[in-house]
Design a protein around this ligand. Structure first.
Ligand SMILES: NC(=O)c1ccc[n+]([C@@H]2O[C@H](COP(=O)([O-])OP(=O)(O)OC[C@H]3O[C@@H](n4cnc5c(N)ncnc54)[C@H](O)[C@@H]3O)[C@@H](O)[C@H]2O)c1
Length: 249
């Protein structure tokens, strides 16, 4: 029987690329996103490959909307096998002492609480069904310290702790929870920034041993591997995919 995945932030970047890689493996997808246009495009592209897909509009920072996307997925597909818990924002990038409290709350609300609400409701379904596989999107900013991303780093470091601790509680119930920690990756968000600031792109690339940004496809390939049974004995890992960036800091 076909598997079902929920992907948050499925309308762009890493979420959309992963939807397409999973679709190539015949997986049905619930595409969750706050925005409609990109997510509808993901649904169209997944269906073109054969599997079924639905768009569920939700703001992951609202726990009632998270509960609703889980319920709607179950209503439509009957089960949840895989969860790519990925929606996130980067923030405006200033120094911590220049950061508005509202921006801190917004980043924590989406990146950390949003991800935790998703885990709360999806893992509940998976444990009751005998198991499932989850990948959280952390970041190189969840592995090392960096300037201009203090609040973002707080959420991504926290997600690494959540990943490991959930495994301590629920691996015995068939749950696998891993995280990916991408370095700078050429998603639409990052590309737009670097197109406007080409000198920043050059300096970012200079800091990466492989001298280039990552691609969405490379991250999608890793996430797809971690979700499927080929990674059956990998649990609680935070896997870096950053061209050597964090290993050389
Ligand atoms: N691109 C990178 O360099 C990079 C590196 C490390 C980690 N990440 C992480 O990867 C994840 C995906 O980022 P991306 O680069 O693909 O960005 P992106 O902006 O291309 O995609 C993010 C998607 O999340 C959605 N989203 C934002 N806020 C939401 C909310 N409140 N509720 C529901 N959906 C929401 C957006 O509408 C968008 O479709 C994020 O968690 C980000 O922190 C990205």
């Amino acid at each position: 029987m076909a598997k079902t995945a929920i992907i948050t932030g499925g309308g762009s970047g890493l979420g959309q690329a992963t939807a397409l890689h999973l679709a190539d493996k015949g997986v049905n997808i619930a595409v969750v996103d706050i925005g409609e246009e990109g997510a509808q495009e993901t649904v169209r592209l997944v269906k073109e490959k054969g599997p079924d897909a639905i768009f569920i509009q939700a703001d992951v920072s609202k726990h009632d909307e998270v509960k609703a996307y889980v319920d709607q997925t179950l209503d439509h597909f009957g089960t949840i096998d895989y969860f790519f818990n990925n929606a996130g924002i980067s923030g405006s990038g200033g120094y911590f002492l220049d950061t508005d409290v509202e921006e801190m709350e917004n980043i924590i609300g989406i990146n950390l609480l949003g991800a935790m609400y998703g885990l709360r409701y999806v893992a509940d379904v998976m444990v009751k069904n005998g198991g499932g596989a989850i990948v959280n999107t952390a970041s190189s900013a969840g592995v090392i310290g960096q300037a201009t991303v203090v609040t973002y780093a707080a959420t991504k470091h926290a997600l690494a702790g959540v990943t490991k601790s959930l495994v301590a509680e629920y691996a015995k119930d068939g749950l696998r929870v891993n995280a990916v920690a991408p370095g700078p990756t050429e998603t639409p968000m990052v590309k737009q920034y670097f197109d406007a600031n080409p000198e920043m792109k050059a300096s970012a690339e200079q800091g990466i041993p492989q001298r280039r940004l990552g691609t969405s496809d490379e991250v999608a390939e890793l996430v797809t591997f971690l979700l499927t049974s080929k990674a059956e004995y990998i649990n609680g890992e935070i896997i870096r995919i950053d061209g050597g960036f964090t290993n050389t800091k």
